[in-house]
Design a protein around this ligand. Sequence first.
Ligand SMILES: *[C@@H]1O[C@H](CO)[C@@H](O)[C@H](O)[C@H]1NC(C)=O
Ligand SMILES: *[C@@H]1O[C@H](CO)[C@@H](O)[C@H](O)[C@H]1NC(C)=O
Length: 142
Amino acid sequence: MRSLVFLLLVSVASAKVFEKCEWARVLKDNEMDGYHGVSLADWVCLSQRESDYNTTAIKRNKNGSTDYGIFQINSRYWCSDGSPTDNMCNIECSKLLTDDVTVAINCAKRVVRDPNGIRAWVAWRNHCANQDLRSYVAGCGV
Ligand SMILES: *[C@@H]1O[C@H](CO)[C@@H](O)[C@H](O)[C@H]1NC(C)=O
Ligand SMILES: *[C@@H]1O[C@H](CO)[C@@H](O)[C@H](O)[C@H]1NC(C)=O
């Protein structure tokens, strides 16, 4: 019983959902503002549209791949979960779901260094590209 309570506490502790400005500051602290030409507002918009800032978000795709974490990074190319992958971030996909977001941020940096850049994210193309994104960082002091 005691260990069950402990496990529940651990799973609660590693299921972080960020507030908009909190996430904007974490991104800025991790030098994401302007990384490969991508603004902070673009990263915040992309995270909101992909996961609603939820570090434990998981989405299974029809083609058998899975998207993981606050950036919804795809298993087919970037991380390993036992399904076919290029694992270009060289990580277990589960590492993209913890509240230590440095792994997810470093992998997002790897994704955006690819030729497709930020366009790799469908939600960014559909909801953030060519939009006025000021509201995503407004009042955050970043
Ligand atoms: C975050 O994602 C997990 C996994 O999909 C879900 O169970 C949880 O309810 C989500 N949290 C919020 C606040 O939406
Ligand atoms: C599988 O589907 C996802 C979501 O639509 C997409 O991001 C990914 O590129 C697809 N992978 C392959 C190998 O087609």
